[in-house]
Design a protein around this ligand. Structure first.
Ligand code: ZN
Length: 43
């Protein structure tokens, strides 16, 4: 398959934090559906 990484990410919907509803910039799996800020608060 010759799919560019940029094209791949284009098809991915922007992650939104379930806590504050803010779009999550980081694509880390460990973050799940929670943004960095809310993770800190919950933790
Ligand atoms: Zn959040």
């Amino acid at each position: 398959m010759l799919v560019k990484s940029s094209e791949f990410f284009k098809n991915l919907p922007p992650k939104k934090c379930t806590e504050c509803g803010k779009e999550i910039e980081e694509q880390h799996e460990c973050y799940g559906n929670t943004c960095h800020n809310c993770l800190k608060v919950t933790y």
